[in-house]
Design a protein around this ligand. Structure first.
Ligand SMILES: NC(=O)c1ccc[n+]([C@@H]2O[C@H](COP(=O)([O-])OP(=O)(O)OC[C@H]3O[C@@H](n4cnc5c(N)ncnc54)[C@H](O)[C@@H]3O)[C@@H](O)[C@H]2O)c1
Length: 354
């Protein structure tokens, strides 16, 4: 009988909320497969995922039961499923660079709230792995949590565009401690990146040339509010741009990809516009425009539920270092960029998925 998968979370925002509500929705009794890549992944069902620790810095969330914290503003996702009291209290981690300057007034970090010892909390929680769900631009804070995972001898999943699990130095540290890590920057199920990659590959595979492309993204959740700070979003822009250019046959210089604005009333609805200009047979120009409107956070969580189970299998099998196959398929910035069809075949083979 498979064990429970014990997960700790750093950053109780919209993604954490979608993940926890989604796990409640797809528990063993719901019977629904809608929106899942795999109901069963290896020996594990989604109902085997359990949340055992959570860290945040926003005083509205710290000190609350995790089930209440995920429903607390500024979280704004559409409700997926009611979550009963979980018996896990959100603990305060170190703020470091987790909060953007322009959000400090609304963010409500309470200096009087006592910080926990993250290393101790992780050890006592019995967590198998830690997911990094911090805001974009949290370079120091993300590395702090990666180190905390190493200190606690657990796996590390990096959902954000900080280059940690794809960085040779960090991979070596995880290898030395015989621990697995997966990342970086989760690639949503049907999100801007995967669509842009698939369309661009289609164009090249059909013998046509891409001359220029851009991808504009707007949304109204705190992830987009945070990315109004242009300095914080440099890593996001780099991660999203490389995710496209790395799988093309021709070098593409006229390319601009990234978060473009924050529109508060959109809440967790993200709207993406993709434009591609190229040339077809006879050097004749063509142009393609696409609009995608999608709930942002659940879109990435459909991927995370598989990554969590792959991480647990890696722990069971004592794999260490960067989990190459799953990272290449499920993240925008893995150590090794592969075409999605190639990565999917490798993942299916490795985990013997139908
Ligand atoms: N489709 C997607 O939703 C998607 C896809 C790829 C990557 N991501 C990334 O995942 C991350 C999480 O996204 P989200 O929508 O949940 O963001 P969010 O802004 O809703 O949540 C971030 C949480 O981190 C907390 N936080 C800030 N500093 C902290 C610290 N030092 N320690 C602990 N907690 C801290 C904030 O209070 C907040 O609750 C973002 O970096 C986002 O870019 C999301």
């Amino acid at each position: 009988m498979p064990q429970k998968i014990k997960v700790a979370i750093a950053g109780v925002g919209n993604c954490a909320s979608s993940l926890i509500q989604g796990c409640a929705y797809y528990n063993k009794t719901s019977g629904s497969d809608v929106g899942l890549l795999h109901h069963k992944f290896g020996a594990y069902e989604i109902g085997d995922i359990e949340f055992v620790a959570a860290f945040d810095v926003d005083r509205r969330k710290v000190g609350k039961d995790l089930a209440t914290a995920i429903m607390t503003e500024p979280n704004c996702i559409k409700t997926i499923h009611k979550v009963n009291k979980m018996g896990v209290v959100v603990k305060k981690g170190p703020v470091l660079d987790g909060v953007a300057e322009h959000m400090k007034q609304t963010f409500l970090v309470d200096e009087k709230q006592v910080k926990c010892n993250v290393n101790t909390e992780l050890r006592c929680s019995g967590a198998d792995m830690l997911i990094c769900y911090l805001p974009v631009g949290s370079a120091k804070a993300a590395r702090f949590y990666a180190q905390a995972a190493l200190n606690a001898n657990i796996g590390f999943i990096n959902a954000i565009p900080e280059f940690i699990c794809s960085d040779s130095r960090w991979i070596r540290r995880f290898k030395e401690k015989r621990l697995p890590c997966a990342g970086d920057d989760i690639k949503s199920q049907i999100g801007a990146t995967i669509i842009h990659r698939a369309l661009s590959r289609l164009i090249e595979d059909r013998g046509q040339i891409i001359d220029s492309t851009f991808q504009l993204n707007v949304g109204g959740n705190s992830d987009f509010e945070n990315m109004l700070d242009k300095d914080r979003l440099l890593s996001k822009r780099k991660s999203k741009t490389q995710a496209l250019t790395s799988i093309l046959d021709h070098k593409l210089t006229n390319v601009r990809i990234g978060p473009s604005d924050y529109i508060s009333h959109l809440k967790d609805n993200k709207i993406c516009y993709i434009n591609i200009k190229g040339r077809q047979f006879g050097n004749i120009p063509f142009e393609l425009d696409l609009k995608l409107s999608v709930e942002d956070s659940p879109n990435s969580v459909g991927i995370m539920v598989d990554v969590i189970r792959a991480m647990k299998i890696a722990l069971d099998n004592k794999e260490s270092g960067h989990l190459e196959e799953i990272s290449s398929l499920m993240f925008k910035s893995p150590k090794k960029q592969l075409r999605d069809d190639v990565a999917r075949k490798l993942v299916k083979k490795k985990y013997q998925l139908a």
